[in-house]
Ligand binder design. Structure first.
Ligand code: SF4
Length: 289
């Protein structure tokens, strides 16, 4: 049967090297055996979803987490192959052809080497979203990130060498103790690299995280003085627009909630931000990690 209706697919990989201090996402470290089991069950889940939703063609694919690149390149390739098979995603489609599918992989610095990135690019991933958060090592350490600014730079350049021509970089603002100057400095250093896209999120300190214990009360006070945070983010936008010519936009994922800001370079825009229709994860295994 010919599949006609376009659909945005989100695949959740709930594994990370270690938990960041501010993180309340569905993610945790896991053994190789659990990861392999998850991949197998996920492939089965994709088949079931395709049977439940016949007549759909994958328009965008987003592998998020967690940190999808803690899986082996071969495992990610297997999942993507299954999606292509079940949702009629064409082989070897390259951006910027507007009709081609955008296939995004989230990656944290240091979790994929040059050989992995080449394999992943060849498998069909055509957009890499790198979780940087800050260009300052002291802020990364405070956040409990596994990487440094130098690790990020290495991953960014390796991605280019591997053939990724559409790269997003995630940044975070409103970190505890972060000064406006520091945030703007991170933005300027990232825009100087000319990624195709930057997603910038304002940190929200959630209950149940290490950050909540450390900064929960102070954060509530700070939120009450929200104007300063807005001022910080706007200053960042102005700096970027002024110095590098990026276009500014609002990031909205799910409902009408504004979750952050984005800057697009040379007319690039993530299609994932527009719509994501079908979430694929393996609930049985998510419960035990
Ligand atoms: S890398 Fe992302 S998902 Fe993983 S622990 Fe850190 S914030 Fe959470």
């Amino acid at each position: 049967m010919k599949k006609e209706k376009p659909v945005g697919l989100y695949v959740h990989v709930p594994f990370c090297v270690k938990k960041c201090a501010y993180c309340d996402f569905l993610s945790a470290p896991a053994s190789d055996a659990i990861k392999e089991r998850y991949v197998n069950l996920l492939c089965e889940e994709i088949e079931k979803k395709a049977e439940r939703y016949p007549g759909y063609r994958g328009r965008t694919v987003f592998f998020g987490g967690g940190t999808p690149t803690v899986l082996k390149a071969e495992q990610l390739e297997r999942i993507l192959y299954k999606l292509k098979e079940c949702f009629s995603i064409p082989e070897k489609e390259d951006l910027p052809a507007p009709q081609g599918p955008e296939i995004t992989l989230e990656c944290n610095p240091g979790t994929a080497d040059g050989a992995d990135l080449k394999k992943l690019r060849e498998a069909g991933f055509n957009r890499l979203s790198i979780g940087l958060q800050s260009m300052r090592n002291e802020e990364l350490k405070k956040l409990g990130r596994i990487h440094t600014r130098e690790d990020f730079l290495e991953t960014f350049y390796l991605a280019g060498e591997a053939g990724f021509r559409n790269i997003n970089v995630d940044l975070m603002s409103a970190l505890p103790g972060q000064r406006m100057k520091s945030y703007v400095n991170s933005l300027e250093r990232v825009t100087a690299l000319h990624p195709e896209h930057i997603s910038a999120y304002s940190l929200i300190i959630e209950e149940g995280t290490l950050f909540y214990e450390r900064y929960g009360e102070a954060d509530a006070r700070r939120r009450a003085e929200g104007a300063k945070i807005v001022e910080m983010e706007q200053a960042g936008c102005i700096a970027v627009a002024q110095f590098r010519g990026f276009a500014y936009g609002a990031l909205i994922y799910g409902g009408d909630d504004l979750t952050g800001e984005e800057w697009s370079n040379r007319g690039w825009r993530s299609r994932r931000g527009v719509r994501c229709d079908l979430v694929i994860l393996c609930k049985e295994l998510v419960k035990i990690i």
